[in-house]
Design a binder for this molecule. Sequence first.
Ligand SMILES: *[C@@H]1O[C@H](CO)[C@@H](O)[C@H](O)[C@H]1NC(C)=O
Ligand SMILES: *[C@@H]1O[C@H](CO)[C@@H](O)[C@H](O)[C@H]1NC(C)=O
Ligand SMILES: *[C@@H]1O[C@H](CO)[C@@H](O)[C@H](O)[C@H]1NC(C)=O
Ligand SMILES: *[C@@H]1O[C@H](CO)[C@@H](O)[C@H](O)[C@H]1NC(C)=O
Ligand SMILES: *[C@@H]1O[C@H](CO)[C@@H](O)[C@H](O)[C@H]1NC(C)=O
Length: 771
Amino acid sequence: MAHIIKTCLGLVIPILFACSLVVARDIADGGNDQPGKCNQKPDQPQDNSNPIQPNITNSDQPDNPNPNQPQDNPNAIKPSIANLDQPDVPQADQPHDNPNPIQPNITTPDQPDNPNPDQPQVNPNITIPDQPDNPNPDKPQDNPNPIQPNISNPDQPDNPNPGQPQDNPNPVQPDIPNPDQPPDNPNPDQPNNPNPDQPQDNPNPDQPGDNQKPGIDQPTDPNAAVADGGSDYTAPPLETGFLGEWVIDNPNAGVAAMQLQLMPNDKLVWYDTTSLGPSGIKMQPEGNCPINPDAKNQPDCYAHAIAYDWRTSAVRTLTLQGDAWCSSGNLWPNGNLAATGGTATGDKAIRMIPNNDDPKADFETRLNVLADVRWYASNVVLPDGSAVVLGGRGSFSYEIVPPSLDFKPRRFDMPFLKETTTPDLGPGRPVENNLYPFQFLLPDGNIFLYANNRAICFEPQTGNVVREYPELAGGSRNYPPSGQSALLPLKLTADNKVINTEVVICGGNSPDAYKVVDARHVTEKQFMPALRDCHRIQPLNQDATWTDEEQMPSGRVMGDLLDLPNADLLMLNGAQSGTSGWEDATDANLTPLLYSPTKPMGNRFKPLNPTTIARMYHSCSALLPDTRILVAGSNMHQFYTFDTQFPTELRVEKFSPPYLDPALDPNRPIIDAKGSDLVLQYGKPFKIAATLQSNETMVLGEIMVTMVYPPFTTHGFSQNQRLLIPALTSIENNVINAVAPGGGTVAPPGYYMLFVNRLGVPGPSVWVHIE
Ligand SMILES: *[C@@H]1O[C@H](CO)[C@@H](O)[C@H](O)[C@H]1NC(C)=O
Ligand SMILES: *[C@@H]1O[C@H](CO)[C@@H](O)[C@H](O)[C@H]1NC(C)=O
Ligand SMILES: *[C@@H]1O[C@H](CO)[C@@H](O)[C@H](O)[C@H]1NC(C)=O
Ligand SMILES: *[C@@H]1O[C@H](CO)[C@@H](O)[C@H](O)[C@H]1NC(C)=O
Ligand SMILES: *[C@@H]1O[C@H](CO)[C@@H](O)[C@H](O)[C@H]1NC(C)=O
């Protein structure tokens, strides 16, 4: 290991350390377009109000005269080892990772006609594994109407077009309605509350500050160090002994979820790819068998992408073009999904599916339009709605892609991605350890980028690296030893400051873990135990450094780390040993972890009820608008493979986190969409009307509003995930007055799920839009 680190450091290009010149402040100027602490160049505008320059051509980058050929990039740094772009595939139409491709048992060119073309046709040769393992045998496993009965909202009319904001009877008020109300933090220059368990400011003087509710557990150690950015509750969040519940939502969705996005139209779009042969579902309608360039240009009757209605569990097949294997994606400000990159025919593709309710809506595809190959890349949305599409195998660069199908990308070198690549072991034997890098848009407009064991901060509009952080020792955190990472909830003050910007990274594996397990390197697999350690960093602090977070109760690779509506997080899926890659992990980690980052050390991780279904490589999950978690996918194999230890998984589950304990229902706020502002304007007040199921009146100090940007999740990283906690100024007659995030660096434009919580108990969300 020491040798590898030395080798990596030998490649390091000197990077300026000017951040120390920036005066330390503990509150970033989120959304105020001010330079923040990460930025060493205060004269550079942070938030270019109109940076889309779609037709900028990179003069070094001529138009590709032959769009079917990969375009040589004269600016690209050549990988030190040849054939990085050539995925060790002896035959060009074989997908990447497999030196010994398993022939699937499910090649079925001659399928009987589907007698009922309106019904999705399931591949008859795919035998869905028995489902005897329902931990709750009294619960129906296959629930066609899985909406929780106790979360119904009689006041919430059906929105015929959920992607569109509903009519707003309460237009945004131009001024902050209650100027006498102090902001949450009365002294924003003094953000570091030495004793954050104590409310800094009781906004509800009628409630005693030491407000003790019967039956509410007090934190064990009120003086323990607790991170900022938690709630302003004047009483501790309600506790429950309920450890969550799993139900099967669909016994066979037909396509394994390798990449997954919840869209604002309340459909989840997920897909694997075009090069892996038959899936579990045929294209609709029957007989729709498009020519598949990734299958020897033969007709392919199987679907590789679906839209999944989380309310009804209905599946609609979509047309996927261009091999999307190990690709990335992001939403546009209008809610459309852009699926970027992949490999082979799709390595420079962009595919867009609109955010609407058209029952025929499908991907529209442009091949060969990205500047570089984006295979194992990650995306982050910028304040102007364009996206940084960064990295990928052998692509030591990023590009800015506007929310449009017709564009010329702006490409920037990113040598850090080469520096952090663990060297290959020979042609076709990559190690890397830095793919699917973690990146987060910081409130100062810069991007925090973590790859392998190092982190930097860079200016997206220039590519300038403005800061490098200390190395994170102990392992490799990106693909293939895929760890988990998230931006912790961003709590805002009424004058649009962000209290405490912080990133957490958990798990992963040794830098050697892939070399000792993958079939390209060894014949005898050795599954190294996944890491249990977690670390946090406040990247905008002057002397930002990694601090040790509590250890997880179990090691994890390939897990998802999702924001929950109450500002806790949930870690789930993945394995306890091995790495990403085909057949490269074992020992499924079936136990989700509730992660409460603001609780005292020692109380932050809580194991929840386990599932019975292994969700290994190529599995995904997503927070749903009704506060449950949808879990789908898992395919450790090149093709759909069922008679093996970790079979391709087509069952869809939903998990109810502890806050869905029915005993908490009286506290559950139900939003009245008609009485709420669903179109927000940066920095402006907005109103949310809600009622508690108990009919008690909501009071300031017990209510927290959260806004969750729905992430694009693949390979254990939820790209663009962020949770915002807007400041509340008052609550009058069950109408919450809140202040919208101040700008696009804090809240990139688009749709957010807005939740109201009472003392940690969330109710179902409404979609709000901000741009
Ligand atoms: C940019 O390119 C697009 C697509 O080629 C074209 O439709 C558009 O008119 C161009 N815009 C400008 C400002 O040149
Ligand atoms: C294919 O199916 C046959 C018959 O079910 C089984 O014996 C064999 O093990 C399977 N092979 C693979 C590779 O799955
Ligand atoms: C499907 O199964 C049938 C019966 O075993 C077999 O004849 C056919 O080749 C199979 N096609 C698939 C599935 O692999
Ligand atoms: C719904 O609430 C009722 C009344 O509080 C309770 O009896 C019932 O068990 C709850 N049902 C569920 C599914 O939580
Ligand atoms: C709350 O008020 C509604 C409407 O008046 C009523 O139907 C319901 O029973 C009340 N719930 C409780 C718990 O009092």
